[in-house]
Design a protein around this ligand. Structure first.
Ligand SMILES: NC(=O)c1ccc[n+]([C@@H]2O[C@H](COP(=O)([O-])OP(=O)(O)OC[C@H]3O[C@@H](n4cnc5c(N)ncnc54)[C@H](OP(=O)(O)O)[C@@H]3O)[C@@H](O)[C@H]2O)c1
Length: 272
């Protein structure tokens, strides 16, 4: 164990916030980094201050569009500054890494740091802390996911895996696929949310074209709308219907279910 601060990028985001909470509880020093703390992953002028004295880095790229060259340059700068370990938040694809994240993974693998790759499924918290929250509040989740299933995973389990990889030996070189304990269709998700909230919430399977049009009407840039639609199409095609045991294997306990997440989130009042 070292006393150098662990750099937590995206420490206000869905996983970074939970990584920061877990490090605080464990009494491990860390440095929170996001634009509100003066760190911008896309601005190299902000990197040195964030990396000062750091040995371990939790690297959240923020977006499927983060340039792999940015990740490569950041990882190289981190290693030059003394970082030895990088834990990268990537995403799972149908067969290993998701194609949108492949170049970012390669950048980190080639950085010279010891690395661990986390490849999560879709997060539970998209329904309470991100872009699906308004749909839940409307009582209508309209997506082009058909009857496909996804093995949604909890952001707190991702954070627990990140902290394990950041603070324990034995995870170097691993690429962990992170899923919940079961794959669910969006109709199951809507029913579970309805039960937890006591409200009417339904799922409507809509066409890809209708979804793109709806997002564009909400001022989402068209390329982002198309990318999101393609991701839901992957679920419709059955590519998310796969459960992995990395979380129970590493953490020694089951992954959190969507129902447990929904009950707890409902208790916070986020859907009232
Ligand atoms: N959501 C999912 O279901 C899912 C599934 C699989 C993989 N992923 C991957 O997870 C990663 C994180 O996505 P997320 O949606 O969960 O985001 P997030 O971690 O919730 O990140 C949002 C945070 O990022 C910070 N941020 C944004 N741009 C920044 C920049 N240029 N420099 C520094 N900080 C910045 C913001 O804080 P400030 O405003 O303070 O900057 C914000 O709090 C993505 O790469 C995505 O591909 C997501």
């Amino acid at each position: 164990m070292n006393d150098n601060p662990i750099l937590v990028i995206g420490a206000r985001g869905k996983t970074g916030r939970r990584v920061a909470e877990r490090l605080t509880a464990a009494g491990r020093p860390f440095r929170a980094a996001s634009r509100t703390t003066g760190f911008d992953l896309t601005d190299p002028a902000t990197w040195d201050a964030a990396l000062d004295g750091v040995r371990d880095v939790y690297l959240v790229p923020f977006s499927e569009y983060t340039d792999a060259a940015t990740l490569r340059d950041f990882a190289a700068t981190a290693v030059s500054a003394g970082a030895r370990r990088i834990v990268l938040l990537s995403a799972r694809g149908h067969d290993g890494v998701h194609p949108l994240q492949e170049a970012g993974e390669t950048a980190v693998r080639e950085s010279g740091a010891a690395y661990t790759i986390l490849r999560p499924a879709w997060f539970h918290q998209n329904f309470s802390e991100d872009y699906l929250l308004p749909s839940v509040l409307d009582g209508r989740i309209a997506l082009p996911a058909g009857t496909g299933r996804e093995a949604f995973v909890d952001a707190d389990d991702i954070a627990a895996m990140a902290v394990a990889a950041l603070t324990e030996d034995g995870h170097e070189g691993a690429a962990y696929e992170l899923t919940g304990p079961e794959a669910l269709g969006f109709a199951d998700v809507a029913a579970t949310l309805a039960k937890a909230t006591g409200r009417d919430i339904r799922y409507d399977a809509i066409t890809p074209d209708d979804y793109v049009a709806a997002l564009v009407a909400e001022d989402v840039p068209e390329h982002v709308a198309v990318m999101l639609t393609d991701l839901f199409q992957e679920i419709a095609d059955g590519k998310g219907d796969r459960v992995d045991d990395a979380i129970p294997r590493v953490l020694g306990r089951p992954a959190r279910s969507f129902a447990a997440y929904a009950e707890e989130a409902a208790g916070t009042g986020v859907w009232t």
